[in-house]
Design a binder for this molecule. Structure first.
Ligand code: GDD
Ligand code: MN
Length: 236
C-alpha cells in the first residue's frame, strides 16, 4: 500500500547516523504510514550497506544510490522522483533535524499546505551552539536571498534543509540544482499557493562531519544569481 508520507534523506558518509535516525523517525511517526528513502552518493564509509542491513528488517526503508558525490540538491530531486507518496519531507541524515518535528510537518501537509518549512527563525525555533559570527553569516545569507529573490520571503527560513511539500508543486519545473539550497529553487520556481511553517531547533552533530565547504558558499551565491536571471515559473 502507498505510504502517506515519503521521507527523503540525502547521505554522504553518514554510516554512524543511519540506525539512530531510523529509530528516531520510527518513534516520532509511530502512528503514521511512511517510507524512508535515502539517496546515497557512493559514500566510501559504507553508508549504503548499513542502510541495506537495516532495510532487511524494515520494509519501509530503501536506498537509492548514485555514482559519485553529485550534491545534496540533486539528491533531493532524485529521491522525490522515486518516492511513493505525494507528500514528501526532506531532512538531513545527521540528526541535526530532530525527527520529533516530523509529525507537525506531516500534519500541515495533510491539512493542505503546499509547502511546509521547518524554520529556525521563529519564536520557538533556533540553533544550538552557534557562535555570534555563525549566526551573523546565516542572517546575512538570508537577507541577501530576500533582496535578490523576493519570492523567498514567503518563509522566515529560506536556507532551511528541513521541509515538506506536495510533489505536484514541482510538476513541469525543470530544476537546475546547484549545491545545497534546493528549497530556494523550489520557493522561486515551483507552483504553490500556501506556505506554512513549523519551528525547529537546529542541534549540533553527534557523529560524522559536515560536508559544508567554501564551495557551498560559492554555490549559494551562484544559485541566487542563476535564479534571478531565470524567469520564475508562473502559477498554472
Ligand atoms: N547524497 C548526498 N550528496 N548527500 C549529501 C551531499 C551530497 O553531495 N552533501 C551533503 N549531503 C547530506 C549529508 O550527508 C547530510 O545528511 C545532509 O546532506 C546535510 O549535509 P551537512 O554536511 O550535514 O550539512 P550542514 O549541516 O552543514 O548544513 C545543513 O544545514 C543547513 C542550515 O544551516 C543542511 O541541512 C543544509 O541543507 C541546511 O541549509
Ligand atoms: Mn549537518
Amino acid at each position: 500500500m502507498c505510504p502517506l508520507i515519503s521521507i527523503v534523506i540525502p547521505t554522504f558518509n553518514e554510516k554512524e547516523n543511519v540506525r539512530p535516525l531510523i529509530a528516531g523517525i520510527a518513534s516520532a511517526l509511530s502512528s503514521m504510514s511512511y517510507e524512508v528513502l535515502f539517496v546515497d552518493d557512493d559514500s566510501p564509509d559504507g553508508t549504503k550497506e548499513e542502510i541495506e542491513r537495516v532495510a532487511k528488517d524494515r520494509s519501509n526503508v530503501r536506498v537509492a544510490s548514485r555514482k559519485g558525490k553529485l550534491g545534496l540538491g540533486s539528491a533531493v530531486l532524485l529521491g522525490t522522483s522515486r518516492a511513493l507518496s505525494e507528500l514528501i519531507i526532506v531532512m538531513d541524515a545527521d540528526l541535526q533535524h530532530p525527527p520529533e518535528v516530523l509529525p507537525s510537518i506531516g500534519e500541515k501537509l495533510m491539512l493542505g499546505c503546499d509547502l511546509v518549512v521547518a524554520s529556525r527563525n521563529t519564536q520557538a525555533g533556533g540553533t544550538k551552539g552557534w557562535s555570534t559570527f555563525r549566526k551573523f553569516v546565516s542572517w546575512g545569507a538570508k537577507e541577501l536571498c530576500y533582496i535578490i529573490l523576493p519570492a523567498s520571503k514567503s518563509t522566515s527560513d529560506p536556507l532551511s534543509g528541513y521541509f515538506g511539500f506536495r510533489r505536484s508543486i514541482l510538476k513541469n519545473v525543470e530544476f537546475r540544482p546547484r549545491g545545497y539550497k534546493i528549497l530556494i529553487e523550489i520557493l522561486v520556481r515551483a507552483s504553490y499557493s500556501t506556505v506554512c511553517e513549523v519551528p525547529y531547533i537546529f542541534v549540533g552533530r553527534k557523529s560524522g562531519k559536515s560536508k559544508l565547504s567554501l564551495r557551498e558558499y560559492i554555490n549559494f551565491l551562484l544559485l541566487l544569481l542563476d535564479l534571478k536571471r531565470l524567469k520564475p515559473k508562473q502559477p498554472t
